[in-house]
Design a protein around this ligand. Structure first.
Ligand SMILES: NC(=O)c1ccc[n+]([C@@H]2O[C@H](COP(=O)([O-])OP(=O)(O)OC[C@H]3O[C@@H](n4cnc5c(N)ncnc54)[C@H](O)[C@@H]3O)[C@@H](O)[C@H]2O)c1
Length: 346
């Protein structure tokens, strides 16, 4: 069974799971910052240290990893252990997926987002020509080891970036969880309930992914907030500015909740509750009128589209998502303009 989740100290858990498998060698792909902050001391000859940034989520970084795997004589039975956030597991996982037609991997996520989301479900990939995650593969890790001690060094903004994915999980699948999340407003609130919330969020994602690994049906629910969120990230890549993934997703949730309201799937009361909560936690992003055409272009280029219409996952009430929604272009633009108007009011 792939993607077995373990909670606890990573070194002893890794030793335990390796003991049970038959890997020929181990190579680590590690976020350099995490390695420095946590003094991982893994040995240069069997580790590659990478700098996490959306601008370097590309083939050059993957190629550097392939070189390192080759230089370390990794073979088809080698294991690639990725330690870092979603950048590291996406890129390291993609290098593992493509080296010798695929070698095994284990993920040790070091961010809230990595734990809650990126490490689960086997999606690996890189950006291409400003399009987010355009090149990639499905390649699940053998194990996911969640050691929350890594989060002690994680900046607060990164906590909230990851938390956006938990908000999404609640909105698409679990109204009770949403009601619980509404009580979380400070990092301390989140910290005090972390273990419970991580376990809950991870189980929602794993439950969905298990039913539809290749994203032909129910897995598309996880894309809520991401059609718009990814377009905003693409725009940032184009402008050479960086927006944290979860902050882009938070804007995506706002706009796509608004779109759900516009087409009559969500009530005013529910939309207001979502918008008010997001407003408490996430700064409004300065999207300008002149950005609308680029955002529409990126959404049209989204890999989830089939034929030429933009494919959204929307909310039919809180806790319930509906997939394959293609509202008219005008309605999408109205939702986007509502966001811009809200920003202007601040
Ligand atoms: N595969 C998937 O299903 C999936 C799902 C969601 C997001 N993603 C991808 O994940 C990426 C975002 O991942 P992320 O938010 O984890 O960010 P990240 O991996 O880019 O890390 C964010 C920053 O935090 C630093 N960092 C990481 N761990 C740290 C720690 N413990 N202490 C201090 N600093 C630390 C990194 O060096 C980096 O500067 C995006 O590229 C997104 O596309 C993938």
């Amino acid at each position: 069974m792939k993607e077995q989740i373990h909670f606890g100290p990573w070194r002893s858990l890794l030793a335990e799971v390796i003991e049970e498998e038959d890997y020929s060698s181990i190579f680590y792909v590690v976020d350099r910052k995490v390695s420095d902050l946590h003094q991982l001391e893994l040995g240069e000859e069997k580790a590659a240290f990478i700098n996490a940034s959306e601008a370097s989520k590309n083939l050059d970084t993957v190629s550097t990893l392939w070189n390192s795997f080759s230089a370390a004589n990794c073979d088809r039975k080698s294991l690639i252990v990725c330690i870092g956030g979603g950048f590291t597991t996406d890129v390291g996982g993609f290098a593992a997926a493509t080296y010798m037609r695929g070698v095994s991997s284990i993920y040790i996520p070091s961010t809230v987002l990595g734990m809650l989301d990126a490490s689960i479900g086997g999606k690996t990939g890189i950006n291409f020509r400003h399009f987010k995650n355009r090149i990639g593969s499905f390649h699940p890790s053998d194990h996911i080891i969640v050691d929350t001690r890594f989060l002690e060094s994680l900046p607060e903004l990164q906590w909230w970036s990851g938390y956006a994915e938990l908000i999404k999980h609640a909105l698409i699948a679990d109204r009770d969880l949403w009601n619980e999340l509404l009580k979380i407003e400070q990092q301390e609130d989140l910290r005090s309930k972390l273990d419970k919330l991580l376990a809950k969020g991870m189980s929602i994602k794993q439950h969905i992914v298990k039913r539809d690994y290749q994203e032909e049906g129910v897995r598309k629910k996880l894309n809520f907030g991401h059609t718009f969120g990814h377009a905003l990230e693409s725009l940032s890549l184009e402008k050479d500015t960086e927006v944290l993934h979860g902050f882009a997703v938070a804007v995506g949730i706002w706009v796509e909740a608004r779109l759900s309201l516009e087409i009559g799937l969500l009530s005013n009361k529910e939309f207001d509750q979502i918008a008010d909560y997001l407003h408490k936690l996430y700064p409004f992003q300065n999207i300008e009128e002149k950005d609308i055409s680029a955002i529409m272009r990126y959404m049209k280029g989204d890999k989830k589209n089939i034929h030429s219409s933009i494919n959204f996952t929307l909310l039919e009430g809180i806790g319930n998502a509906v997939t394959d929604q293609s509202p008219a272009r005008g309605t999408i633009e109205i939702s986007l303009r509502s966001y811009i108007d809200e920003y202007k009011k601040l």
